[in-house]
Write a protein that binds this ligand. Structure first.
Ligand SMILES: [Zn+2]
Length: 80
């Protein structure tokens, strides 16, 4: 798992109650990644999950029906 740093504004999340990890809809490449991890018994940060600060967490949650690349594009535009 990646350290908790907001994907959009690079803010470190010192208090995890003030933000969190959002899992987005998996792309085919994400499903492939999961399969590979299962096969090798590996762990890692899922490519379809990202940390968000409090400011963006709710918005990110609303967008989790999207794939991460699409959601991030929207969040990056609206995040500031
Ligand atoms: Zn942020």
């Amino acid at each position: 798992m990646k350290p908790p740093i907001c994907r959009v504004c690079d803010k470190k999340l010192k208090d995890l109650n003030k933000g969190g990890l959002v899992y987005f809809t998996k792309r085919p490449s994400d499903i492939e990644w999961e399969k590979r991890m299962e096969e090798i018994g590996g762990v890692g940060h899922p490519p379809y999950a990202e940390w968000f600060c409090k400011k963006l967490y709710d918005k990110a949650n609303e967008l989790k029906y999207l794939t991460i690349d699409k959601a991030l594009k929207i969040l990056m535009l609206e995040g500031f």
